[in-house]
Design a binder for this molecule. Structure first.
Ligand code: AMP
Ligand code: MG
Length: 344
């Protein structure tokens, strides 16, 4: 199929909505990353998302709504807990996904057979207009080929999925840059399953203590049970090797310069301040103290590792594990297949 590249004007959104109403799949911009959308209430349409992404069928999708009222209007959940309402009021529209007990209208393809459904109200205007114009709610995982870094531009989507999807709606580069924070309220104590721009600290201010799932920060052993199927899959890794370096700025620079002396195919994903001190080729991801800028640029940087085609190994700073740093650490540690080199 020929993938249509659409803009984000009213007439473009109408064309994209028609594809969705006909059971097709369309990539749409959101404030986090580009999503690959289909009518969430049509199981056959949702199946096409899995085929296009080559995503394992047991990895459930997030349902995107255009206003809070959609939850009741489409009867999406069997229970809307008080704490979920509080989180929704506080953080929606925005990059927080809430998991609740699902109703019967959610097809098994969306929930991957689980008794729960993940729901998010995005803040991106184009995403919300498209959901509204489609007269339904949209299941949408990230619009990348399964396993590769999530797409933050329409070009990233085309690089992965051109020919496999009906259309891409181009809404420019995504602001946030990493996927939404995912929290489940279907457990006794709320539990963070994926960190994002909305931090643990911010959530706890609204609903009190939450648990952080072990797999957010640590490698799952093969015999461990997963709370979220997505946790068990290889993710975000470029073809070149990525290694995280734990240490201060000076030791990072010395280490990378030494490695470069031995092998000039090594490079660095680094902070802006490091560039002038590094001999190796660099991919900057913002200032060292600007975690949001780093989140914004992270996936583009991971894609550049392979696109530049000159690296065998790329070294990156190991981020802090608190605040937005938790989201960066969670993605980078997977890109690095959990390989951290400790200089401390
Ligand atoms: P993506 O945004 O492409 O990374 O995909 C959605 C993420 O949300 C995956 O990591 C899923 O495992 C997770 N997810 C979606 N629905 C559920 C659910 N019902 N229970 C647990 N995790 C979920
Ligand atoms: Mg994804």
């Amino acid at each position: 199929m020929n993938t249509l590249l659409l803009g984000s004007k009213t007439e473009d959104i109408k064309i994209a909505a028609d594809f969705l109403k006909d059971g097709g799949v369309v990539a749409m911009p959101t404030e986090t990353v580009y999503g690959l959308a289909a009518d969430a209430l049509n199981g056959d349409a949702v199946k096409k998302i899995f085929l296009a992404k080559r995503r394992p069928m047991d990895n459930p999708l997030i349902v995107h709504i255009s206003e809070i009222e959609d939850i009741e209007r489409f009867n999406l959940v069997s229970d809307f807990p008080e704490k979920a309402k509080k989180l929704a009021e506080h953080f929606w529209p925005g990059p927080l996904t809430i998991i609740m007990k699902k109703s019967d209208v959610i097809p098994d393809e969306v929930s991957a057979g689980l008794p729960t459904v993940a729901i998010r109200l995005p803040s991106h205007k184009v995403a919300r207009s498209l959901i509204k114009e489609s007269s339904t709610v949209l299941a949408a995982p990230s619009a990348n080929r399964s396993g590769s870094p999530s797409p933050t531009t329409a070009q990233h989507v085309l690089n992965d999925l051109s020919g496999d999807i009906e259309a891409v709606v181009d809404g420019g580069m995504c602001d946030v840059g990493v996927e939404s924070t995912v929290i489940t309220l279907a457990t006794k104590t709320p539990r963070l399953l994926r960190p994002g721009l909305v931090t643990v600290e911010e959530i706890e201010e609204v609903i009190g203590h939450i648990d952080v799932d072990h797999a957010v920060l640590f490698k799952l052993e093969s015999d461990q049970k997963v709370s979220s199927p997505g946790m068990k899959y290889k993710h975000y890794a470029p073809k070149a090797k990525v290694v995280l370096i734990n240490g201060d700025s000076d030791s990072f620079i010395n280490f990378v310069n030494n490695e470069y002396e031995k092998d000039n195919t090594v490079g660095a994903i680094c902070y802006d301040e490091d560039i002038k001190h590094l001999k190796a080729k660099t991919i900057p991801i913002g200032k060292s103290d600007d975690l949001q800028a780093q989140a914004h640029l992270l996936f583009d940087a991971l894609r550049q590792v392979d696109e530049l085609g000159c690296f065998t190994t790329v070294y990156a700073h190991c981020p802090t594990k608190t605040g937005v740093g938790m989201a960066l650490y969670n993605r980078l540690i997977r890109a690095a297949s959990f390989e951290v080199f400790d200089l401390e």
